[in-house]
Write a protein that binds this ligand. Structure first.
Ligand code: FES
Length: 95
């Protein structure tokens, strides 16, 4: 859904800016999304989104002890989820 119709900025654009940690304020989000001043009807919406995201992020950090450093994140175990390819049987088709 569009947050700013004038600049064609979507909710995903805003969440993407904030999720990677690059933006923590509405001003930073606007700059990152290439916002140009226009009608201004989206100002309250963007401020509300930033406020909600920050509140949720701070709550998640408080409950989990903060974001994990990259070194502490476990490596994915693909071997456990992807089965080994079956070996082809040549003896049954040889006749
Ligand atoms: S809707 Fe964002 S400036 Fe118009």
């Amino acid at each position: 859904m569009y947050v700013c119709v004038c600049n064609a900025v979507t909710e995903d654009d805003v969440h993407g800016c904030m999720a990677n940690g690059a933006c923590t304020t509405a001003k930073e989000v606007k700059a990152a999304c290439g916002w140009k001043p226009s009608c201004g009807s989206c100002t309250k919406r963007i401020h509300a989104m930033v406020s909600r995201f920050r509140t949720a992020s701070e709550l998640a950090d408080a409950l989990t002890g903060g974001p994990l450093p990259l070194a502490a994140a476990p490596e994915p175990t693909y071997a456990a989820t992807v089965p080994e390819p079956a070996e082809e049987s040549t003896s049954s088709n040889a006749a």
